[in-house]
Design a binder for this molecule. Structure first.
Ligand SMILES: CC(C)(COP(=O)(O)OP(=O)(O)OC[C@H]1O[C@@H](n2cnc3c(N)ncnc32)[C@H](O)[C@@H]1OP(=O)(O)O)[C@@H](O)C(=O)NCCC(=O)NCCS
Length: 341
């Protein structure tokens, strides 16, 4: 059976089971300590995208009908239009036979046909994907340090203390699933700092909306639709009740023992009061109650983000592996692939 492009809604129960089994074979081979994937809400996870974005899925089966590899391509619309994010896996038993290349070609052709000029991909430094994307001429733009906080190693006394130590004139609030309307505009304003100060954050998750309140609302809705539970702590300045700092974390139904911590940002005029530390510590105390199955939290930072790294280290995060951001120009990638074919 040839490589097939599917609309996410076309996936059958067998497709979903096979998709998950490739992910888990890949995890066992390349990153054995990482949590395994579940089929719980996997369809929702693969179908969901922000209103401006479009997702394409690709499945490659061998002559016996066994799934040997799959890929997902998200084409951003709106502000990030012209860029696509790729994720792909070849089943370890089928590697080195051109499956990955076939999938990449299909992805790049689809990207080009839909006006996408640049493909980006996140790669774990210790995996064969590095050799693969190097071979295909991708450029390494950024190195991010993945840090892991292991639940069993958390010093809860220290975390509770940090969560309760708050500068005068501020209070913290915790919210699950989104941010109440009364906070949305100031929340969006604080988020805008991530765009103007990119050193503060590393990994740009595919689901992150813009700093524009309606788009943020959409991004929380889409997260929920994809089976991703968001947990948020905000710092609020008194007496106006505006958000001046935020930290966000997501727990997915597909890997519920793992939490992904993304944005943490404090508005410039409210920095140096220890708000980031208090917010992150508070979020952990809330998670202990809300997500008792958790085994770890992962986060990413750039080498340059000293302040965030210091806070993470205080909370018990440990650097375990680097992630690379790779990028390729779609036309050049297709031209290289045509020369090699
Ligand atoms: C990356 C991956 C998809 C490659 O799949 P694959 O089917 O083995 O790739 P191919 O057989 O098409 O290999 C294509 C080229 O990459 C090269 N390559 C593949 N793995 C390599 C490695 N570990 N080191 C060096 N080169 C490598 C091959 O030698 C080949 O080069 P050639 O064209 O000169 O022969 C596969 O290793 C994988 O699933 N990795 C885990 C998932 C992952 O991390 N994905 C990246 C994030 S999206």
């Amino acid at each position: 059976m040839p490589l097939k492009q599917l609309a996410p809604g076309e996936m059958t129960a067998d497709d979903l089971r096979d998709w998950c089994s490739v992910l888990n074979d890949m995890t066992a081979a390349d990153m054995p300590a990482e949590p395994r994937w579940r089929t719980d809400r996997l369809r929702d996870y693969l179908v969901g995208s922000l209103p401006d974005d479009t997702r394409y899925l690709f499945m490659d089966r061998d002559g016996d009908g066994d799934l040997v590899g799959h890929a997902s391509l998200i084409l951003f619309g709106g502000e990030q239009g012209g860029t696509g994010v790729v994720e792909m896996s070849t089943r370890p038993s089928a590697r080195g036979k051109g499956v990955g290349t076939r999938l990449l070609r299909a992805v790049a052709e689809c990207a080009k046909a839909n006006g996408c000029r640049t493909l980006s991909v996140e790669v774990i430094a210790t995996t064969p994907a590095v050799g693969f994307y190097d071979r295909h001429g991708f450029t390494r733009l950024e190195v991010e340090q993945r840090h892991l906080l292991r639940w069993a190693e958390i010093d809860w006394e220290k975390i509770e203390h940090a969560a309760g130590r708050l500068a005068a004139g501020y209070r913290l609030e915790y919210h699950a699933g989104g941010v109440p309307d009364r906070l949305m505009d100031s929340y969006a304003d604080v988020k805008a700092n991530l765009h103007s100060n990119p050193g503060n954050v590393a990994f740009v998750p595919e689901w992150r909306g813009s700093a524009y309140a309606p788009a943020l609302r959409d991004s929380f809705t889409v997260l929920a639709e994809r089976g991703m539970r968001s947990h948020i702590a905000v710092a609020i300045s008194e007496p106006y009740g505006h958000v001046v700092g935020l930290t966000e974390l997501v727990v997915s139904a597909q890997r519920p023992t793992r939490a992904d911590q993304y944005d943490t940002v404090v508005a410039p005029e409210h920095r140096s009061y220890g708000l980031a530390m208090s917010m992150k510590a508070r979020l952990l105390t809330e998670l202990r109650r809300a997500e008792p199955q958790l085994m770890d939290v992962q986060t990413w930072t750039l080498d340059s983000a000293d302040d965030v790294r210091w806070i993470n280290a205080e909370l018990g995060f440990v650097h375990d592996v680097d992630w690379y951001d790779y990028e390729a120009d779609v036309d050049k990638l297709l031209a290289r692939m045509a020369r090699k074919a």
